[in-house]
Design a protein around this ligand. Structure first.
Ligand SMILES: CC(C)(COP(=O)(O)OP(=O)(O)OC[C@H]1O[C@@H](n2cnc3c(N)ncnc32)[C@H](O)[C@@H]1OP(=O)(O)O)[C@@H](O)C(=O)NCCC(=O)NCCS
Length: 299
């Protein structure tokens, strides 16, 4: 038995499946897929291995990858390859991500909107100030925050959230419901370090996902479905390897959204901005790797 729980026989069988996938099955399928960006075995291997590693695979694995890749990561690469063959994964998206990681392609600018079923995600407008201020002044919406916000505080926050798109190339999108402005959902770089080091080994360079919706928009799936659209965008267009989320332990609705996104709990921490004994101080941290999102249900 190896330390990861597999037997040498398992590893050899997995390596044989890998060789058959990239040397035979994918190149054979490529003959009937002129839309695929690549057709050669080493290109398929690069794309699948990079996506399983969340970056250029040679940065974390010594060649040859088929022999040295940890079995659980080779299993992700295999699952991605099978999904490509079955039409559940877009090879062009996986290739784009691999080339971005290898700096062979620039990050494209954010699209003007991401379209969902019955709602869309769009960039911020100055006319969002008033409904955003109303949302942030609602004690029910803000019950898991230290306090509701004044109109001035909300306006400053809206400007800062909107600026994220210029600063990072992605940001928290406005949720546009049939009734109009409904709040925001999306990703941004952590503005200041939080004590994540003991939980995930790093505190800087992280991207988080979050949401805040007006009460009329609750229970309609805008948070979960909007978050999936935003995640698909940052994982494909921006090639982010991982996104984290954190929320007060008491915030059950937010934890529910996080769970529905398939994020993995990474542990608990005390939020440093809240005093000892404050009920919202205990927080939980979650993480989601691009490869996990890619192999999960993307419908
Ligand atoms: C956190 C918050 C965004 C969650 O909102 P929500 O309405 O519960 O989340 P969604 O919009 O994704 O809705 C999910 C629910 O809608 C339902 N739903 C309805 N139609 C749906 C659809 N087409 N697809 C998916 N879900 C749908 C789901 O059944 C789900 O309920 P369930 O989880 O009980 O099964 C909201 O409570 C909020 O804004 N809270 C205040 C701000 C806040 O705390 N932000 C987080 C700080 S960390």
């Amino acid at each position: 038995m190896t330390p990861d729980g597999t037997t040498p026989g398992d590893s050899e069988a997995q390596q044989r499946r890998w060789r058959a996938l990239v040397d035979e099955r994918l190149p054979a399928a490529a003959a009937a897929r002129p839309d695929w960006p690549v057709s050669r075995n080493h290109c398929f291997a690069r794309i699948l291995l990079d996506n399983a590693c969340g970056g250029p695979w040679r940065e974390s694995v010594a060649p040859p990858a088929w022999a040295n890749m940890p079995p659980e990561r080779l299993a992700v690469a295999l699952a991605l390859g099978e999904a490509v063959l079955e039409g559940r994964q877009d090879l062009a998206v996986l290739n784009h991500r691999s080339l971005l990681w290898r700096r062979k392609r620039p990050v494209p600018p954010p699209p003007p909107r991401l379209v969902g079923d019955g709602f869309s995600l769009r960039r911020w407008r100055l006319t969002d100030d008033a409904p955003f201020a109303a949302l942030c002044a609602d004690p029910e919406v803000m019950r898991f925050f230290p306090a509701p916000k004044t109109p001035r505080e909300s306006q400053a926050e809206a400007r800062a959230l909107a600026r994220r798109f210029e600063e990072d190339g992605f940001g928290p999108w406005v949720v546009e419901a049939p009734e109009g402005f409904a709040g925001f959902v999306g990703c941004w770089r952590l503005a200041r370090p939080l004590p994540f080091g003991p939980l995930i080994g790093r505190e800087t360079g992280l991207v988080e996902i979050g949401w805040r919706l007006a009460r009329f928009a609750w229970g309609r799936g805008f948070a979960v479905r909007g978050a999936r659209l935003a995640l698909a965008d940052v994982f494909s267009r921006c090639a982010l390897p991982e996104v984290v989320a954190h929320t007060a332990g008491l915030n059950a609705p937010s934890r529910r959204v996080i769970e529905r996104l398939g994020m993995t709990e990474a542990g608990a921490f005390d939020h440093p901005a809240l005093p000892e004994g404050h009920p919202l101080r205990p927080h939980r941290l979650y993480r989601l790797a691009a490869a996990e999102f890619a192999t999960g249900d993307v419908s």
